[in-house]
Write a protein that binds this ligand. Structure first.
Ligand code: PEP
Ligand code: MG
Length: 537
């Protein structure tokens, strides 16, 4: 048995096989310098890609549905596209290695498709890119990430949101990462999925790959590779205890979240995708306090269309019914990067073009999202809020665009409802300006993860700064009290949607400060309701 430690980000015990996630490492094969050899390599890669895509097509038809299967089918057809094949051969004859010829020709074609004045052809640009990347990977000998059948514990150096989005969530029993922090998105996903997880762990890939069974104790922050009988028995007992505690919380299902002195709080869920809304209902959430809508933009090769966004928001609105749903508009940037936007690399991305800044400077990105939200508003109780606001003018500019979009939709005959517009308070500037912003906003929702990062000037992603990332810092507490007071003085409601919203050390304090909504991973709702109902504040 080997064991080690990590920083626990969600309690519980998981026991099962380990899978190591390694980032794709592409090593370019040395070019032979002989076009005939490169052409032969390319032909062989075409055959491999054909076999892979055919298998994927059959799987997609059964497991994911016709629509996804059709995407795979398009790529299969593209493998036979004579223009593409000629382009690759020409590049090879010009001296390029097969891998580069496949990739560059694919990119050229993708750009041509993207520039066409036709939505269908534009969407094909992502397909051709995907297909040429597949050929490139095959030619570089990169076999990709192989997942076993069944459930497993995932071990990784770190996971970017664009990587976690592609994982089969229902099969992951735990995350164990060597990097990451308690407010990183892997940690947030672990809480959303209700799975015990460790970040900043000392696990080695050798230990994980060399063991039959990996166990994670999310209560103590310990991992065990091939635990001995005694340890296994101890872990199983803990698992049973945790299950019994979960059962006991069922007594709070369906109850009102109200303190003994009569203070009513809305306990709502943080979600990333429409399927999470189903889990929020199962967990007895009283609404959605934060839909991280950027997850609809991650893990793909092109912007989602207005219709795709609309379908996703409509699904959430319908799932939640009359319960309020707060959609946070696109919060791309910093740790959540998408290649297809073609944004330049930044020296300091956390302080760069992110959140509302991207939306205000790229209306062609923002407008479809706003249109989708207003179109979906007819189906439920939607609210929206903007991330990374630092100035009143930003809120005013975004609101003005919302008004134009709504008018435009009504002129086009779409039914829309009023969508209350709030501010995510997550920059110190927004916190200090809370009184001014409250005059323009319908509500506040405090993003304590970023507010901590920006107030203390501590990178939330940097594992080395753990002890300096202190969400209980008196400076934070002063800002949080000020925000709640400003909201109450101006007659609007305020909630907390950062990780602190689920923190049992803080929840009573937040209620005392005047917050009336706490948004958290769905799995934390019932225990939070217990705390609220037993509280005297
Ligand atoms: C926050 O910053 O607290 C927040 C909720 O947003 P995110 O974690 O997605 O940045
Ligand atoms: Mg944030």
């Amino acid at each position: 048995m080997k064991k080690g430690i990590g920083l626990p980000v969600f309690p519980g015990v998981a026991i099962g096989p380990a899978v190591v996630y390694r980032k794709a490492q592409r090593t370019l094969p040395i070019p032979s310098g002989d076009p005939a050899v490169e052409k032969a390599k390319f032909s062989a890669a075409l055959e491999t890609a054909r076999a892979q895509l055919t298998a994927l097509f059959e799987k997609a038809k059964v497991e994911i549905g016709e629509e996804q299967a059709a995407i795979v089918e398009v790529q299969l057809l593209m493998l036979d596209d004579l223009d593409y094949l000629d382009g690759v051969n020409l590049a090879i004859e010009g001296g390029a290695a097969a891998a580069i010829a496949a990739l560059d020709t694919g990119e050229e074609f993708a750009q041509v498709f993207a520039a066409m004045d036709d939505e269908y052809m534009n969407a094909r640009s992502a397909d051709i890119r995907d297909m040429s990347h597949r050929l490139y990977d095959i030619l570089c000998g990169n076999t990709g990430f192989q997942l076993p059948e069944g459930s497993f514990l995932l071990v990784a150096e770190d996971l970017a949101p664009s990587e976690t989005i592609q994982l089969p969530r229902e099969r992951i029993m735990a995350f164990v990462t060597r990097q990451g922090s308690s407010s990183s998105h892997t940690a947030i996903l672990a809480r959303t999925l209700n799975i015990p997880s460790l970040v900043q762990s000392d696990i080695t890939f050798d230990a994980a790959e060399g063991c039959q069974i990996l166990a994670v104790d999310g209560f103590t922050g310990t991992w065990y590779a091939d635990p001995d009988e005694e340890t296994l028995a101890m872990l199983r007992a803990k698992q049973a205890e945790a299950a019994a505690a979960r059962d006991a919380l069922e007594a709070y299902r369906g109850k009102e979240s109200i303190t003994k002195s009569g203070k009513k709080v809305l306990l709502v869920a943080n979600i990333g995708c429409p399927e999470d809304a189903v889990d929020a209902i199962k967990a007895d959430a009283e609404g959605v306090g934060l839909m991280r809508s950027e997850f609809l933009y991650l893990g793909r090769d092109s912007l989602p269309t207005e219709d795709e966004l609309y379908e996703a928001y409509k699904q959430v609105a319908e799932t939640m019914g009359e319960k309020p749903v707060v959609i946070r508009t696109l919060d791309i940037g910093a740790d959540k990067q998408v290649d297809y936007l073609g944004l330049e690399a930044e020296e300091n991305p956390a302080l760069g073009l992110r959140g509302l800044r991207i939306c205000l400077t790229n209306e062609e990105i923002f407008r479809p999202q706003l249109r989708a939200i207003y179109r979906a508003s007819a189906y439920g109780n939607l609210h929206m809020m903007f991330p990374m606001v630092a100035s009143v003018w930003e809120l005013k500019a975004a609101k003005a665009l919302c008004a134009r979009v709504r008018k435009e939709l009504e002129d086009e005959g779409y039914p829309t409802k009023d969508v209350p517009i709030g501010v995510m308070v997550e920059t110190p500037a927004a916190a200090v300006l809370a009184n001014e912003l409250a005059k323009e906003a319908a509500f506040f929702s405090v993003g304590t993860n970023d507010l901590t990062q920006y107030t203390l000037a501590v990178d939330r992603q940097n594992a080395k700064l753990g002890e300096f990332y202190d969400p209980y810092h008196p400076a934070l507490m002063a800002l949080l009290a000020h925000i709640a007071k400003a909201a109450n003085d101006n007659g609007i409601w305020a909630g907390i949607c950062g990780e602190l919203g689920a923190d049992p050390r803080m929840q009573e304090k937040f209620i005392e400060m005047g917050y009336t909504e706490l948004s958290m991973a769905a799995g934390r709702i019932l225990e939070s309701r217990k705390l609220v109902c037993e509280s005297d504040v």
